[in-house]
Write a protein that binds this ligand. Sequence first.
Ligand code: NAP
Length: 542
Amino acid sequence: MRPAAAEEGNVTERDDVDVLIVGAGFAGLYMLHRARSAGFRAVVLETGDGVGGTWYWNRYPGARCDVESIEYSYQFDDDLQQEWTWSERFAAQPEILAYLEHVADRFDLRRDITFGTRVGRLAWDGGAQRWTVGADDGVARTARFVVLATGSLSSVNLPDLPGLDTFAGPVLHTGRWPHEPVDLAGRRVGVVGTGSSGIQSIPVIAAEAAHLTVFQRTAAYTVPAANRPVDPDEAAALKAEYPAIRAAAAQRIFGFGARQPMSEVPALSVDDDERRRVFEERWADAGLQFLGAFADILADRDANAAAAGFVRGKIAAIVEDPEVAARLMPDTLIGCKRLCADSGYYETFNRDDVELVDVSAVPISGVDATGVQVGERHIDLDVLVCATGFDAMTGALSKIAVAGRDGRTLADAWSAGPGTYLGLGVAGFPNLFLVNGPGSPSVLSNMVVSIEHHVGWITECLEHLRTTGRATIEAEPGAQAAWVEYVGAVASFTLFPSCNSWYLGANVPGKPRVFLPLVGFPPYVEQCTDVAADGYRGFVTA
Ligand code: NAP
């Protein structure tokens, strides 16, 4: 097979490395640090012009994390933990990006990162037992191992709205927000989409714009983030507790929520007053851990209905216009699509300068230079914001033309849905590792905790291959098939597969419907550890 790099043209130099990492977000940065510390020659290629991944691209107003900062941060280096002080309970995007820039500097990572460079092709050369890497910077690279740290929510979905390209004003996607400030003052802004990104940005945009129109296709459940500043005393106390916080988080089903564990009590085992008391308590301060108010909210329809009913009651109490309140009330299971956490979302619809337009029955039929058409109505806009989400978990991977053993492409291997072993390796693709790949807890966990776990596992695997004099490692097809079945079986014990969520690929037309993440972080870690201890059971090494 012709080396991929040669196909990119303009080859000016060569580079042959041990480990090539794609992406410089949380995953790629830590992978570089670990690979380098283990004595491998490693480099990162990154499309963006800076580090940060998700936090480099998602600069929309109101962008912040909904996992507590003290958990949504690296734990591999205690000095790093102690020297960095988070200013808010849930950090906003600029602070998380500043943290990742600090990490890149502190561990001197930038010297091995090439920015502004997209990897377009990867081809396995069975003779050389190396990957040939095609990137757009004109360097011909080969690598013994490739780690795809390309992010789970990084490939954006622009809505397929007729005439979108004719709109005279800016069309902005939340996941590709401009780096220069966007002045919305005095403007009529439209936001399409009411998932996490829309729900975070809508209150902030409403406060700045002259008028905001929210186009809602499906109402989403959201709970108060209960964000607040962290004062110096609280920060010092939290830092002193880091080991306990990290240890507790590792035992939580989703790898976070150290300070608010999931209840072990079934929702319907208590009376109405007690259930309401517990929900009120969680609503006030738990953020996403609202779903942990009772043990069975994500597993039992009646328990779920109780939680959903409580949130609908809150919407009715907060939103003054009963018709608007009714439109904001989801009629689906709560938590089945990812729960959102907000700061003043429902309250925003009490403003005179905000309108909610339901596009579920009558969708947006088109866009022209001056605005958006919905049924008979033309809505004049100056700026259109698409908070329309991502081709989750597989989107970024499918943008790279990956050719494995015998030239078989990843697109072909995954045509009926992504098959992986442990979410880490793919049969037919030797020496290729995924970080937070489909079939691992990934988006159903604290991404940073999962990243540290995956990177640690991959690094130890590379060290094992070196020590045992093996050149290649590859998932066995049988082990992979069993793993895919296991991921589906675990999901079937929950309510997650019962709605059209991006967890199932349902938001992307034509994408195979497969439940992508694995539910349950602690048992997953245990299984990965067992596989390694058992000589990398389910992988072939040679
Ligand atoms: P999302 O959850 O997929 O939401 C996309 C929204 O756009 C949905 O309301 C969807 O409606 C709507 N939409 C898509 N195409 C449309 C069209 N043609 N017309 C009208 N509406 C359309 O995307 P997201 O909000 O970017 O969030 C994705 C994930 O990123 C989250 O679930 C979360 O995991 C992560 N995230 C996390 C944070 C955080 O930590 N706080 C913040 C942002 C994002 P339908 O539901 O009808 O398809």
